[in-house]
Design a protein around this ligand. Sequence first.
Ligand SMILES: [Zn+2]
Length: 291
Amino acid sequence: MTDAVADVALDGTPGTDGAPAPAGLDDAVDLLAGRRIAVLTGAGVSTDSGIPDYRGAGAPKRTPMTAQQFLSEPRWHRRYWAGSHLGWRAFSAAAPNAGHRALVELEDRGVIGGVITQNVDGLHTKAGSRHVVDLHGSGDRVRCVRCGQHYSRDDIAAAIDRLNPWIDEPDAVQLAPDGDVEVRDVDSFVVPDCSVCGGLLKPDVVFFGEFVPREKFVEASALIRRADALLVAGSSLVVNSGIRLLEQAVRRSLPVVVVNRGATKGDRRAAVKIDAGTSEVLAALARRLGA
Ligand SMILES: [Zn+2]
């Protein structure tokens, strides 16, 4: 670990607004300069856009629903869709932050080859990133589990609003004890079926306990194969696919830089770990790499 070495008192590099640069930034710049970088992002890059990181420090404890539960119990299915619908409204209102924009800048300059993300909020694409591998799918797509028909999330959200006009009444939603927002009367919540075959609709995202689709993993691996370094931003790497991609980079002797608030499962294998917010660090890297 070298992250304790580049202390601001020693290197004197100021941050954007005169604030001290986070420890490890200079080491990261030295390591990444002149290399083609693959980027892996997690929930931490979206927290500054107002989307909570359920795995981050201080985050509420949650028990994610499995695909099995979703498919087998109509009540779970309704509950999932009710929560997901409210979540989608928050996602679609969220705007990309300085971290997302920094990655677009770096891609435009050819410094990064693309972004592999564990997020389903679509913010990298909204910011303008062109090559995005969404490992866990994307919340803006919905799929029929029986016939495979695809729908846009906006269309399904509009249908849900039509079928549940009461959802905008002041008492319709409540704050759950874990801080999440929930629909109060889940049993009254109506979810549309597939208009082609009447099958169950499912957001096109990987559920807890499900595997990342093989073609997505292959695409992510290809990005790492073409890279000379891996930058992990805002992921604690507790999800299996993330750690497997990091191991792939390590096996190929690529230097790894990890930027995350708090410990990650990849810290021991990282050449540089920066314990700071991704918005400020990615913006600083964009200023200093490949200018
Ligand atoms: Zn169908």
